[in-house]
Design a protein around this ligand. Structure first.
Ligand code: FAD
Length: 401
């Protein structure tokens, strides 16, 4: 038997590791378009902070695949697959499989157009690959006159990047099209705490500001907003959202919705092809709405389930939840559950003391959302209750107070 895995992110790495842990001894081939050993995307922020020095980014070690006797083909983008012949194609090879795992994650979704004769000249980067982060670092540290960084998008990644570049001494501007930061994850209340802290750190924030284009003006650059106003900067970083990496599946017959469609075993509509991580849509455990959950925890969970199911254990994915946190901000923040407008709560618990803020939203006594700011003790337990859909009880109340 031969298992081929496409991608080398947390999902792919977990599938490979779990297959070996469960005793699978046959051939595993991992194909990745990356040029590096497997790395952890969240650690790209620490990597940026270390100015590219930290080797911790290679979270499994540089020899991870070799140690597990896995054939790792880097710089091998898969351009198409043929499920009938059970083959995948790269620009230079075709590889056969018995089981295929699609773990290609997500790429940047960017609404920005460019007004420049040579698009390559525009200093526009993102945090969706280590290649892009390396280019950003090179740009910042080779050009001494890079002083002003503009981040487009005030979600978790935008805020983490803003904080990190601010710590590295750049003047940072953050542009967000909604009326508050982190609109998909936070209530306006907690969002306002973050906004205040960022402003205190010197970050300039433009809310209700939709970025549409970047224009060159005599080798300097400016962002154009929908209302026609402009903001100049030396470097631009897009944190505008993600879309699943699925273009190579055109014509493959694999069902696609807002991501690859999988059943509760994380199997696609083709029996010997599994998919997991940011590239799939899955039901939310609480609301049952189906969408890509795109978090590290779920990627690891999917990888574990896929490996088990390739070996015939028939493990079900009951559904996913989103839990996000800010690591680099200075003040801990953890938020989890459904999106603010996804479900209506019928009860809430609010706890405020010494600048700490804990807000838990309930429906039929079950946790549907929580936001902890400052003192984040108890957020692991609360996530556990939420995932198990257990009733909120006195024990949990005491634990989070
Ligand atoms: C800066 C940053 C910070 C983050 N912080 C957090 C956090 O704090 N908490 C959290 O829960 N989540 C966080 N995330 C999200 C988390 O990293 C993702 O949910 C997780 O990486 C998804 O894993 P994955 O393996 O499904 O996809 P990815 O990690 O995206 O890996 C997919 C891999 O597939 C490769 N690939 C794509 N297409 C092809 C192809 N055609 N052929 C071959 N290879 C291909 C890609 O190059 C990539 O290496 C963060 C993400 C980023 C970028």
């Amino acid at each position: 038997m031969k298992v081929v895995i496409i991608g080398s992110g947390p999902t792919a790495v977990t599938v490979a590791k779990e297959l070996r842990r469960l005793g699978y001894k046959d051939k595993i081939v991992v194909l990745s378009k990356e040029f590096f050993p497997p790395y952890s995307p969240p650690l790209m922020l620490d990597y940026l902070k270390s100015k590219g020095e930290s080797d911790l980014i290679f979270w499994k070690g540089r020899n991870f695949f070799k140690e597990l006797d896995i054939c790792y083909l880097y710089n091998s983008p898969v351009i198409s697959i043929d499920p009938k012949e059970q083959r995948v194609f790269t620009p230079v090879s075709k590889i056969e499989y018995d089981y295929l795992v699609i773990a290609t994650g997500a790429e940047l979704w960017s609404p920005i157009t460019f007004e420049c004769k040579k698009i390559d000249l525009i200093p526009y980067y993102d945090f969706k690959s280590l290649t892009s982060v390396n280019s950003l670092l090179e740009h910042i540290y080779k050009n001494r006159d890079v002083k002003k960084a503009l981040i487009i998008g005030g979600g978790f990644i935008g805020i983490e990047v803003a904080t990190t570049l601010n710590q590295l001494g750049l003047n940072v501007i953050l542009v967000e099209k909604q009326s508050h930061l982190l609109p998909q994850m936070l209530s306006p209340k907690v969002s306002s705490f973050i906004e205040k802290k960022l402003i205190e750190k010197g970050v300039k924030i433009f809310l209700n500001s939709t970025a549409i284009a970047i224009r060159e003006n005599n080798l300097s650059f400016e962002l154009i907003l929908e209302d026609g106003s402009t903001i100049d900067a030396d470097v631009f970083i897009a944190a505008t959202g993600i879309k699943p990496n699925i273009s190579f599946l055109n014509g493959s017959g694999i069902n696609i919705g807002s991501g690859i469609v999988v059943d509760e075993y994380l199997r696609t509509n083709i029996a010997n092809i599994f998919a997991g991580g940011d590239v799939v849509e899955t039901p939310n455990l609480i609301s049952k709405n189906v969408y890509p959950h795109a978090t590290f925890r779920e990627a690891i969970k999917h990888g574990t389930i896929i490996a088990s199911n390739i070996l015939g254990y028939n493990i079900k994915n009951r559904g996913d939840v989103k839990v996000n946190s800010l690591y680099h901000f200075g003040i801990p923040l953890v938020a989890g559950g459904v999106q603010p407008d996804e479900l209506k709560a019928d009860d809430e618990i609010l706890y405020l003391r010494n600048g700490n803020y804990k807000h838990v939203l309930l429906k039929n006594k079950k946790i549907i959302r929580f936001e902890f700011w400052g003192d984040i003790r108890g957020c692991g337990l609360i996530t556990n209750y939420m995932e198990q859909q257990r009733d909120f009880d006195v024990f949990l109340y005491k634990a989070i107070r």
